[in-house]
Write a protein that binds this ligand. Structure first.
Ligand code: NAD
Length: 330
């Protein structure tokens, strides 16, 4: 039975990935250090139901701690911890704007942590690796739609620079140690349990209490918002791909390949919540790119990635989850 080690297992994407892998009948070991970037209780809640699953094992630990990582990779006996086949690496300090305040912390986890993880995998002989990278690596000077062929050497935030550095570090492990690695460039991911700092979740929280939201820029900035269900389909396909034989390193964009204007996003969330939004307009924030849009030709061709969620349906589903979890607006 296939056994996946998922780093950042208690996070937004990680907790969904744990369920998706268990749903395939795989064993899952999750590792997470409950980084204080957002409330630990949210993360504990995200994995609460998983502890009863017989195929699931959770290790509270830091990916920068080689001993903790080796323990997670080695596993125990023949149970849920034995013999990791593949690593899905999602642990990170995420978020563009906070990275400007704490670049050292981002480098420590996203670059040094990835290096420790890769080296621990190498020592344990686990050479199949899927890395959760980011569309932010394309910066503001790459022509849209962003293609994996673009150089992506002009990041505009510490977060983006750490993700690009970690991708390059992965590539070294293919060259030196015959790893087979897929680096997935996620385009703004949303859905149930989305990180509370991200726009859709933050806007829903503020709008539902009648508080004003801050719109950075004139509302014309555009993002390729990607629903978690589509991200999971692409991520599972990438795990299948790394299980094939030859050593390789490939980059894949996982987006919807559609752009949504910020002003339209606000309108959709307010409409689904049935509230009149109060919007404070501030200048565009440093580090934020103006537009993201994924060219997904390669992911379609190689992985069979086939995203299907419209932003209208995705926001409806998000708000249904939000209201069920936190209560409808008064
Ligand atoms: N959500 C998005 O829109 C998006 C977009 C592009 C890329 N990504 C990437 O996808 C991955 C998952 O993102 P997310 O939105 O689920 O974020 P998240 O913050 O919800 O999840 C990350 C998890 O990693 C854990 N973590 C942080 N530092 C750690 C450490 N040193 N050791 C062990 N665990 C640690 C955190 O506690 C958290 O649970 C990240 O690598 C992120 O950079 C996310």
């Amino acid at each position: 039975m296939m056994h996946v080690l998922i780093t950042g297992a208690a996070g937004f994407i990680g907790s969904h990935a744990c369920r998706a892998c268990l749903g395939r009948g795989w064993r899952v070991t999750g590792i997470d250090n409950f980084d204080p970037f957002y409330d630990r209780a949210i993360k504990e809640q995200a994995i609460a139901g998983l502890h009863e699953e017989s195929g699931f094992r959770f290790v509270e630990g830091d990916i920068r701690d080689g001993t903790a990582v080796c323990g997670a990779l080695e596993g125990t006996g023949t149970g849920a911890g034995a013999g990791v086949d593949v690593v899905l690496h999602l642990a990170a300090r995420a978020g563009v704007r906070p990275s400007i305040e704490d670049p050292d912390g981002y480098v420590s986890v996203n670059v040094c942590g990835t290096a420790t993880l890769l080296e621990s995998c190498n020592k344990a002989g686990v050479k199949r690796f899927v890395f959760g990278s980011s569309s932010s690596v394309y910066g503001d000077s790459t022509p849209v739609p962003f293609s994996e062929d673009a150089e992506a050497m002009d990041p505009i935030s510490p977060y983006a620079a750490t993700k690009r550095a970690a991708e390059l570090h992965c590539k070294v492990y293919t060259h030196l140690h015959d790893f087979r690695i897929a680096a997935l460039r996620f385009f703004t991911v949303y859905g149930p349990r989305q990180r509370p700092d991200l726009a859709i979740h933050k806007f829903a929280r503020l709008m539902s209490t009648g508080a004003p939201i801050v719109q950075f820029g004139d509302g014309s900035s555009e993002r390729d918002y990607t629903h978690i269900e589509d991200i999971l389909q692409g991520t599972l396909a990438a795990i299948d791909w790394v299980m094939e034989d030859a050593p390789a390193f490939e980059l894949f964009n996982l987006g919807e390949s559609k752009t949504v204007r910020l002003s339209y996003l606000i309108e959709l969330i307010a409409g689904a919540l049935r509230v009149e939004p109060k919007v404070e307009i501030r200048p565009a924030a440093p580090g934020d790119v103006r537009r993201t849009c994924a060219d997904i030709t390669k992911a379609r061709r190689v992985l069979g990635y086939d995203p299907s969620m419209s932003i209208e349906e995705g926001i409806r589903r998000f708000v249904t989850w939000y209201n069920a979890t936190y209560g409808c607006p008064a």
